[in-house]
Write a protein that binds this ligand. Structure first.
Ligand SMILES: Cc1ncc(COP(=O)(O)O)c(C=O)c1O
Length: 385
């Protein structure tokens, strides 16, 4: 690769059996919403994550939508979600005609801070008839969506304990953290349901796709039913609920099977490159790679760099001039027009994270030379500040 070639932030790596399996699906004509690859993908995915069941769907947002419905979220309820997140979980809450409440994140995990959740429940909520209600709005809080930012697990033990006591269902947004674990268990397995995404920028991809996981057979059956138009008879067009056409098609599941075979390799490569960045940047003032908690394993999906002297936007521009792509953290949800009137609580650190973090190239096919070039460029920019 020449020294001035473009280094993208994150590109898919389709170097395994994806083509062979997809070709097989096409040759046999099983390209649509049923087929053996859908079953195989679901089974192997459940094994990989360590759960009883996995249900494949069209994308991570659909996985969140169905999971919230199954967690009992009803119209008029409130659902807790981090202010610092990609927009999808907040959107999924509104698909249920419920309202998001945005809570703060912490620097340790970049995810929802359980201490802030505790204060929110103590100061702003009350338990009545077995449910938690928001004292300000009078609305029931039926669920929470912890999201494992860039692959780094939220501190789940205190969060789960608080939610149990408050009877708040946990739907994990593990869309960014396939392969990550917290105290020895994979993310996605802590809540009632866990959701994954196979969007093109994720650690593994099916082009577009998602998965719902759960240890509850009944919930898994309901997830499959709701995501396949709630058809209740194998022959007759009988439907017993408003269903959704959210199934992942067989040809994409075939790609998923090929990708899943390489997950261990993807995580190992991402970890190796991440550690390379940590070492190379250790001497650079004002630029520190985020470091995971000891009790967690990250899949190192994205590579967050914490900046003290330059803004994420200025660094994005400076790297862009060197043909290196970077990506800022999402705008906080409460600053988006559709969520501007939603309640927020304890979001000061989320604001800091938004103002200080930039993600740098992290593709699994990043060469050592590429990582060195990104580091040299960062050093040069830091020295000119
Ligand atoms: C945190 C988060 N939640 C949900 C999603 C939604 O996934 P999808 O794009 O597959 O709908 C994504 C990724 O795109 C995400 O990063």
């Amino acid at each position: 690769m020449s020294s001035n070639s473009f280094i993208p932030l994150s590109v898919p790596n389709l170097s395994g059996n994806e083509w062979k399996y997809a070709e097989d699906a096409i040759k046999t004509g099983w390209v649509s919403s049923v087929g053996s690859y859908v079953d195989e993908f679901e089974q192997k995915f459940a094994e990989y994550v360590g759960v009883k069941r996995a249900v494949a769907v069209v994308n991570g947002t659909a996985a969140l939508h169905i999971s919230l419905m199954l967690a009992g979220v009803e119209a008029g309820d409130e659902v807790i979600v981090p202010d610092l997140t990609f927009v999808a979980p907040a959107n999924a809450i509104t698909y249920c005609n419920a309202n998001p409440v945005f809570l703060g994140s912490d620097w340790e995990t970049l995810g929802l801070n359980p201490a802030i959740l505790k204060s929110f429940l103590e100061e702003r909520c009350e338990l009545k008839d077995g449910y938690t209600y928001n004292k300000t709005t009078g609305k029931r809080i039926s669920a929470i969506i912890p999201m494992h930012t860039f692959g780094n697990p939220v501190d789940m033990d205190p969060l789960i304990e608080l939610c149990k006591a408050a009877n708040i269902a946990v739907v994990e947004d593990a869309t960014e953290s396939l392969g990550s674990s917290y105290k020895g268990s994979k993310t996605g397995t802590f809540g009632m349901l866990g959701c994954f995404s196979f969007n093109g920028n994720k650690i593994m991809t099916t082009g577009g796709g998602g998965m719902i996981v759960t240890n509850d057979e009944d919930l898994a059956n309901k997830a499959k039913h709701l995501s396949t138009t709630a058809k209740s008879d194998p022959i007759e067009y009988d439907h017993d609920a408003i269903g959704y056409n959210y199934r992942l098609v067989n040809v994409l599941a075939a790609i998923g099977v090929g990708q899943l075979e390489q997950m261990d390799e993807f995580v190992a490569t991402k970890r190796r490159n991440y550690n390379h960045y940590i070492q190379s940047l250790s001497s650079v003032e004002g630029m520190n790679m985020f470091e995971k908690q000891d009790h967690s394993e990250s899949n190192y999906w994205m590579y967050p760099l914490i900046l003290d002297r330059i803004t994420p936007m200025d660094l994005t521009k400076a790297l862009g001039e060197k043909r290196i792509q970077a990506r800022p953290v999402w705008k906080l949800m409460h600053t988006l027009p559709m969520f501007k009137d939603c309640e927020t609580f304890g979001i000061e650190t989320s604001e800091e994270i938004y103002n200080k973090v930039l993600c740098i190239p992290c593709s699994t096919d990043l060469s050592e030379e590429d990582v060195n070039r990104v580091c040299e460029s960062l050093k040069e920019i830091a020295n000119n500040e």
